[in-house]
Design a protein around this ligand. Sequence first.
Ligand SMILES: C[S@@+](CC[C@H](N)C(=O)[O-])C[C@H]1O[C@@H](n2cnc3c(N)ncnc32)[C@H](O)[C@@H]1O
Length: 185
Amino acid sequence: MIEDNGIALMRQFILSNKKEIDLALDLTLGKGEDSKFIFDQNPKAHVIAFDIQEKALNLAQEKLKDTDCFQGILDGHENLDKYVKEPVDLCMMNLGYLPGGNKEIITKAKTTCQALEKALKLLKEEGLCTILAYRSHPGAKEEVEAVEDFLKALDQREFIVQRVEFYNQIHEPPIFFGIQKRKKK
Ligand SMILES: C[S@@+](CC[C@H](N)C(=O)[O-])C[C@H]1O[C@@H](n2cnc3c(N)ncnc32)[C@H](O)[C@@H]1O
């Protein structure tokens, strides 16, 4: 069967396009599910993760307590360049609000695009970036449009950008964007 939800699409994209991950950025840590997925697949990976909510950091740190290669940072992803200087294999953004948390604390168009711009500069050749963009909460449409405009403007000689959605699903399912930085010829 092909996948029928955004998280599964994201995971499939990572599994089929990247065999080894040394360093990943989880730009929206939340409960740490995405970081945990990276460690489950790549036990030797390092993950640097950002969230603006202490609650998210605590939940994720508890989930990831068995690894010492996880660094959770209580700061906005738009400031990632203060903390990360080295090339990365993967960056993940799972936009919106913390599931089960305050629905008013959401990722925002401007800072999401700032973070994307900074993260793509750090991507290694053949590195991946995944974005899962939810559409139904207030503010989401503006964010999705900004992300689409940003991605559409990326040079096709430098990045491959895929956009996948579940066209016949009700309730505005998330859109998945999968990006790969091309190898220089
Ligand atoms: C959809 S949740 C992420 C789900 C998460 N990846 C997981 O595996 O559980 C989005 C998260 O982004 C966080 N967030 C909002 N604005 C942010 C920002 N500027 N920088 C980093 N995280 C932010 C929210 O606090 C929320 O926890």
